[in-house]
Ligand binder design. Structure first.
Ligand code: GLA
Length: 335
């Protein structure tokens, strides 16, 4: 366990070093005439964001600019990153903020340096807690993709002919993040519309948006419902659902009596590749490639040609990947 923790820590610090050295190279090692644009993400350990980065780099190659990739896990690092970007001569950045409430502070700092901003995945909130709709945003169709998650869970439950009366829904929530709230609400809507009993749908909030946070939340829920024989696991992304599935395993559940379907797809690859099936049945794969490419491409067009980006680009494509088709589906998207 300790070794595993160490290895994970080493992998993560390696990642940070990698992006730090990439930035250092961008700051000091390149031709000053090349346009520089930042791409700041809250959780660089998620393959989702690594995929966005790599497609932002593809756009950079196609258009001839340079991407400065930065990890911004908290508010302080975010504001410092903007200082660093400005010092490097960058003209703008794409950001998935670690906290939507940082929106006004991020915009104030960006404006002070005359940097243009495009948001991706998570929308900024103003001081009143309302979405900052004037800042361009590229995001997935959260309610719709959540709804599909619910539909697929019910479909698989029916396919297995489970007794609905002894089945429970574990919905791990993160309501302070709008996209997460909309995904989970969408999933629950589909589940309830199918006729699944409302009283058997149980919500539990996670403290952090990662596997350990979701595992803790799920554990606290499982002890309250010891008579449930089969679980359907809902959460806003793969890590949340993986945490839920790990908790069910701790209580003796297996692939036979748990169906978890995540969202992100690229974060589920290791799980789906396991030699033995787990309760994590599959994941909805949206388009991190499109998010990464489009967001920075629109920033480039704005900086370079004065083309105002669309205020809202909603990405709706989604495909269910399971152990059977994940390799082919990822390959189709060049992932
Ligand atoms: C949020 C989640 C990520 C990913 C993106 C996709 O930021 O935290 O895991 O799902 O949305 O838009």
């Amino acid at each position: 366990m300790k070794l595993k923790t160490l290895l994970t820590a080493a992998a993560l610090s390696g990642l940070t070093l990698l992006s730090a050295s990439a930035s250092a190279f961008s700051l000091f090692g390149s031709d000053d005439d090349t346009l520089k644009l930042g791409y700041l993400v809250k959780q660089p350990e998620e393959p989702w964001f690594q995929t966005e980065w790599s497609f932002a780099e593809k756009a950079a190659k196609d258009k001839g600019f340079e991407v400065i990739k930065m990890a911004v896990p908290d508010g302080e690092k975010t504001l410092n990153a903007i200082d660093t970007l400005a010092a490097s001569g960058a003209k703008g950045f794409v950001i998935c903020t670690p906290d939507p409430k940082l929106g006004p502070a991020i915009m104030a700092k960006a404006k002070s340096y005359d940097l243009k901003v495009v948001t991706v995945d998570d929308q900024f909130l103003n001081a009143k807690g309302q979405p900052m709709t004037d800042v361009p945003l590229v995001m997935m169709a959260a309610s719709q993709i959540g709804y599909r998650q619910g539909q697929e869970l019910i479909k698989e439950m029916q396919h297995r002919s489970w007794d609905q009366a002894t089945t429970g829904v574990m919905a791990i929530t993160a309501d302070e993040l709008d996209t997460a709230r909309r995904r989970v609400d969408g999933a629950i809507k589909a589940i309830e519309e199918s006729g699944f009993p409302v009283a058997q749908v149980h919500r539990v909030p996670t403290k952090t948006n990662d596997i350990p946070g979701a595992l803790d939340a799920a554990n606290s829920l499982l002890v309250q419902y010891p008579t449930v024989k089969q679980w359907l696991v809902v959460g806003m992304n793969d890590n949340t659902v993986l945490g839920g599935v790990r908790a069910t395993e701790g209580q003796g559940f297996t692939a036979k009596n748990v169906i978890g379907i995540g969202i992100n797809g690229v974060d589920a690859v290791n799980e789906l590749a396991k030699s033995k099936a787990t309760g994590f049945y599959g994941s909805l794969l949206p388009s991190p490639d499109v998010h990464g490419y489009k967001s920075i491409e629109s920033l480039y067009d704005w900086v370079e040609d004065g083309v105002q980006p669309k205020k809202f680009v909603e990405v709706t494509d989604v495909v269910l990947i399971t152990r059977d088709n994940y390799k082919a589906e990822l390959a189709k998207k060049g992932l």
